[in-house]
Design a protein around this ligand. Sequence first.
Ligand code: SF4
Length: 353
Amino acid sequence: MSSAPDKPLDSAGFGSDPAQLEALLAQSRQAKFSQFGNTVFPVSPLYVTSICKEKCTYCNYRAGSSDPGLKRVRLSDDDLAREVEFLVETEGLRAVELVYASDPLLTHADIVRHIALTRRIVERHGGHTVGLSAEPMSVDEYRALKDVGLTFSVVWQETYDPVRYAELHPGTHIKSDFGYRLDSFDRMIQAELEGVGYGVLSGLADWRRDWSMLLRHQQWLRDTYGRGCNILGVPRLKAAPGSTFREFSYAPTDDEFLALLALHNVRFPDVRPFVSTREEFALCLRMAEGGGCLFTLDCSTVPGGYTLPNHGAQFVTGNYAAPRFAPLVEATGLKLDWYWNSHLAEMELARKA
Ligand code: SF4
């Protein structure tokens, strides 16, 4: 498998033959368990702005969204602090990921301030983890964020098919630049971020090709830099109210989706999948088998969605509130490392390797 990572993807029965799927899932579970011993890392997203200049066809926050229920919001620093405090003090999270639409009025200096503010609050409660999901940046911009406490950054490539990418991302802004996005992983690694996340939005294009490219990309980064991405985004396309995207025939089934994740786990067991509340809770638990993943609990894709009466989500998600759902996770035998202690230590080792 290691010499031809995409070979299983070429087989017609990939993900649909029950016996093969069970064997692959068992292999994945074993690979993850032997490295992580069932430990998962809780995290929650915190949306900072839903004002966006981009036009991604599948997103409710795109410029020109037709959703009448969408109220565009950019959080003030006070609002942001209240949201972080809710997640940390009320819900018990110790890892928060700030998420940004491509807001034309938000600067890099604003994001620096937001990261520093969030880190201060998380640290007051013994945590150390602040993540970022935003448009790709330069090496110097990533370094400046790391200096004020950024722990990890994720960029989802969406699809590796440049023609399909151009269809889905019309416009003239940074998101339309396929190459700049593709090279952002090099820049995050060059900035020596502890955590670097990559992934595709499964369902936008041919998933066999996208996941094959994903595996090759990981190997190329490792060959080139001695380290690759250590977080794997596994978003699967869901309907968004104000989007124009209507072609859901590309979406992998649950079994195909689990098989893709398992294949990646077997090939690169050290990489932590980012299990998201786009999926049903039961499926999240299946995705987390063996441990070694980020596990989303509380989730709102509305800026201010935890403490303010804002409305208009980016897409439909579950919200697995930590006080209620964390015990259900633990009941399956998974262990929750709220402080990400083992995760951070391993990320640091990988960075220095
Ligand atoms: S996916 Fe991100 S960049 Fe694209 S329209 Fe939505 S919020 Fe904006």
